[in-house]
Design a protein around this ligand. Structure first.
Ligand SMILES: [Zn+2]
Length: 343
């Protein structure tokens, strides 16, 4: 822990969770002790997501999972205790917690309000345990107060998935009347569609899932099947947001972009992306960009925007003791958008 933060320990708490003890293992009851410093809040967890991201961490897909690992990176809970130095939160406040739970507060990125690039940041499931537990202890800077409209299971996915797509949208200057495509309509993609539509964008969903295609059409979204002949849509999109895990013929999708259009990657394709360089430069100045979660300011803006515009996720809810079943369903594609586990 960086010395910029106070580490005046006030008490220790035993936290009861479900964890995978080693790579690819099912969840089992697991307890750990954690100190509550003067800058922390103790949160009673109400709702948390389980998603493909948790499956990948349990599989140690990125090679940086800290086992035993408690899953979940989107959490809603209630503050029940706070350290002496915490001024912005009060006992009884509902808060949202996402993937990043600490930054150093003094590096060049933290000073610019870009905490998501801090090299000393701490993240759920790598440095700290996730939210599939009775309580969490986090630094007050990363427990974000949420209004009454968002104190419900359907708001839970906003704090990692929602932040990631909202931050991609606002930081790439996507605005009203732009034509924006979203590839992959799962946890991130379906939230991206909701944000974009509410912002007045011409929003197009790219998915190969026939059930989702029908669902999206009834909700008023334009849908393009991944197998469809794409050529007729060439040079028509201002931005395409990739939120999927499938490999694509990337040239076909770059051709859909207008000159100066952007392909923004927030998902993880199985293989390296390859494309024809000419599609970035010849008559076009197209860009390929990425996005990683968002800053604390992005989070606050996202919370205010979602509350005002009624942006909520399409969730399936389950009880805590169904967590292993839910992870199995996530792996098998049995959760269309996102699963939320209630306490
Ligand atoms: Zn920093």
């Amino acid at each position: 822990m960086d010395d910029a933060r106070t580490t005046c320990y006030t008490s220790t708490m035993e936290i009861h969770a479900l964890a995978s003890l080693s790579k690819n293992k099912s969840l089992v009851p697991y307890s750990y002790n954690k100190e509550i410093t003067s800058e922390d809040v103790l949160i009673k967890v109400k709702y948390r997501t389980l998603s493909n991201s948790d499956v990948l961490f349990i599989d140690d897909y990125w090679g940086n999972t800290a086992f035993p690992v408690v899953p979940s990176e989107d959490v809603i809970g209630e503050v029940i205790k706070k350290g002496n130095a915490v001024k912005n939160l009060h006992v009884g406040d509902f808060v949202g917690i996402g993937y990043e739970v600490y930054s150093c507060g003094r590096c060049e990125y933290c000073k610019k309000g870009l905490e998501q690039f801090c090299q000393k940041q701490r993240n759920l499931r790598i440095h700290e345990q996730g939210g599939l537990s009775d309580y969490m202890i986090v630094h007050h800077d990363f427990a974000f107060p949420i209004p009454q409209e968002l104190q419900r299971p359907e708001a839970t996915p906003l704090f990692c998935a929602g932040l990631t797509v909202y931050s991609a949208i606002v930081n790439n200057a996507i605005s009203k009347r732009m034509k924006v495509g979203v590839i992959g309509i799962g946890r991130l993609g379906h939230l991206a569609l909701k944000f974009l539509k509410s912002m007045g964008c011409e929003t197009v969903a790219f998915t190969g899932d026939l059930t989702k295609q029908n669902d999206l059409k009834t909700k008023g979204f334009e849908v393009i099947d991944l197998k469809e002949e794409l050529e007729k849509f060439n040079n028509s999109f201002d931005c395409i947001l990739y939120t999927s895990t499938i490999d694509l013929n990337w040239d076909d999708y770059l051709k859909l972009l207008k000159p100066t259009g952007k392909l923004c990657i927030v998902g993880f394709p199985q293989n390296q992306i390859s494309f024809s360089a000419g599609l970035l430069n010849d008559y076009s100045r197209r860009q390929i960009v990425g996005n990683f979660i968002g800053s604390r300011d992005d989070m606050k803006m996202m919370i205010a925007y979602a509350a005002k515009n009624n942006i909520l996720a399409d969730v399936d809810t389950f009880s805590f003791n169904e967590s292993n079943k839910v992870l199995g369903m996530v792996k098998d594609g049995g959760i269309p958008y996102i699963a939320v586990i209630k306490s």
